[in-house]
Write a protein that binds this ligand. Structure first.
Ligand SMILES: [Zn+2]
Ligand SMILES: [Zn+2]
Length: 382
C-alpha cells in the first residue's frame, strides 16, 4: 500500500503512517480509491493484458531508444540469457550448486540444511496452508455479471481468535479474508467462523436429537464491529438487539468522547474511515471478542480472484489440534458426559457414533444414568 510520506494535511485521504510500520492515520476508503483512480490511466487498472509489441513501442518511446538498441536490450535481458548450464542439460532445481557465490543460493542452502536438521515432515495441514489462495488466483466467474469491476477496492482483513482463549492471544491470525469495497460489514460477519456461534448450552441426555436446534448462532444473533468510534450493529433479524448500547451509555455518563452507532448491513467498506494496521473489534455471542485488523487496502488486480460470489475470500486459516473421541480415538469429540457409568473418565468425550452406541439402545432409549452435553471442538473449522 502506498503511503504519502510527507503529507501534512490532516484531512488527507492518502494513508499516512501514524506509527511507522504499525498503523496509518484514519482515511476514508472510497476517497482513497478515488485518489488512485484520478491518478491512474484506464490502462493501468485494466484487466486486459497489454499487447507485447505495444508495450515495447511505449517503452522505447519513453526511454528514447531506437529499434536497434531495443532489440539488443530484449535479448540481453531475456530470461533465456539467465541460464547458467548447457542448454541440453536440465539441472535439478532442488540441488544447490556447491561453492555458489550467489547470495540467494547461499541463503537457500542454509535453509535447506536447517530444514533437514529438523527431521520432521510437514504435516497435512502445513502442506495445504496455501491451498486456499492458490485455488483462487485469477479465477474468473462463469457469469459476466459476477465479475469484480475494474478499479474495485480489495481489503485484506485479519480476524484473530477471541481473547478468551489465553493460549491464542499471541498466535497469528485465526483467519485472513479478502473483501471488496462494496461488501457490507454484515457479509464480513457471516464470513467469520467462530466456535462460540456453534455452541449448544444445556443437558441433552434424554433428547440428543434436538440439540442442534439450540445452536447459539440461531438464538443469539446480535453482534457488532467497532471501527473508529462507531459501533456497527447487526440488526438484520427481529431478534437482534443493540448490544453496543451499554458501552455507548456508559461512556456518555462518564463524559467520554461520544461513540456513535450504525447498522452493519447498511455499511459498505468504502463508507468506512479506518486506520490500516490498527486493531479494531468484532464482538458476538455477548462477550466473544475478536481483534480485527485491516492489513491492506488496494485496487483489484487481474491476478485476483474475479468471482464476486467467492468473497469474503478465505486465504489463510490457522488450524489447531482437535480433541478426539475417548473410545475410537478417530473422530472429533461431539459430546461430553458426566456421572457416566460407561465412561472411562469423568467428564468423558465421545464422537457422535460412539456416544449413541454406548448410551442408547437400538430404539433410541437412554441406557443408565448420565448427563450429556454437546461439545464443539475449536478445530471444528479446520
Ligand atoms: Zn467468537
Ligand atoms: Zn468415537
Amino acid at each position: 500500500m502506498a503511503a504519502s510520506g510527507q503529507s501534512t494535511d490532516p484531512n488527507t485521504n492518502i494513508p499516512d503512517y501514524e506509527y511507522i510500520d504499525v498503523n496509518t492515520k484514519p482515511f476514508h476508503i472510497a476517497s482513497f480509491r478515488n485518489e488512485w483512480l484520478s491518478r491512474l490511466k484506464p490502462s493501468d487498472i485494466s484487466y486486459q493484458q497489454e499487447d507485447e509489441d505495444a508495450f515495447d513501442a511505449n517503452f522505447a518511446k519513453e526511454m528514447g531508444l531506437g529499434p536497434e538498441i531495443m532489440s539488443q536490450l530484449k535479448s540481453v535481458c531475456s530470461v533465456d540469457s539467465l541460464r547458467c548450464h548447457p542448454e541440453d542439460q536440465q539441472p535439478d532445481p532442488e540441488v544447490v550448486p556447491p561453492n555458489s557465490t550467489l547470495k540467494t543460493l547461499v541463503e537457500r542452502k542454509k535453509r535447506q540444511d536447517y530444514k533437514a536438521s529438523l527431521k520432521i515432515t510437514k504435516n497435512r495441514h502445513d502442506l495445504y496452508a496455501d491451498e486456499l489462495e492458490r485455488l483462487t488466483v485469477g479465477r474468473k466467474p462463469s457469469a459476466v455479471a459476477d465479475m469484480i469491476p475494474e478499479g474495485e477496492i480489495i481489503l485484506t482483513i485479519n480476524v484473530y481468535y477471541p481473547a478468551t482463549y489465553e493460549k491464542f492471544c499471541y498466535v497469528r491470525p485465526h483467519m485472513t479474508l479478502l473483501m471488496t469495497g462494496s461488501h457490507t460489514l454484515a457479509e464480513l460477519r457471516d464470513g467469520i467462523c467462530c466456535v462460540s456461534d456453534l455452541q449448544v448450552c444445556g443437558e441433552f441426555s434424554n433428547t440428543p436429537d434436538i440439540a442442534p436446534d439450540f445452536i447459539s448462532k440461531d438464538h443469539y444473533k446480535s453482534s457488532f464491529f467497532f471501527f473508529e468510534g462507531v459501533f456497527y450493529n447487526d440488526m438484520r433479524f427481529p431478534e437482534c438487539r443493540d448490544i453496543s448500547i451499554t458501552t455507548v451509555e456508559w461512556a456518555k455518563s462518564r463524559n467520554f468522547p461520544p461513540y456513535s452507532q450504525a447498522k452493519m448491513e447498511e455499511t459498505r467498506f468504502t463508507d468506512l474511515k479506518v486506520k490500516v494496521g490498527f486493531p479494531y473489534l468484532y464482538c458476538h455471542q455477548g462477550d466473544c471478542e475478536h481483534l480485527v485488523i485491516i492489513t491492506d487496502v488496494r485496487l483489484v488486480h487481474k491476478n485476483d480472484c474475479m468471482d464476486k460470489n467467492l468473497y469474503p475470500l478465505l486465504t489463510h486459516k490457522h488450524r489447531i489440534v482437535t480433541q478426539k473421541c475417548a473410545v475410537c480415538h478417530l473422530f472429533i469429540g461431539r459430546w461430553f458426559t458426566t456421572n457416566d457409568q460407561f465412561a472411562p473418565s469423568d467428564p468423558c468425550l465421545f464422537c457422535d457414533k460412539c456416544f449413541r452406541m454406548l448410551h442408547y439402545d437400538a430404539a433410541g432409549n437412554k441406557l443408565g444414568d448420565f448427563l450429556a452435553y454437546p461439545y464443539v471442538d475449536r478445530g471444528a473449522f479446520n
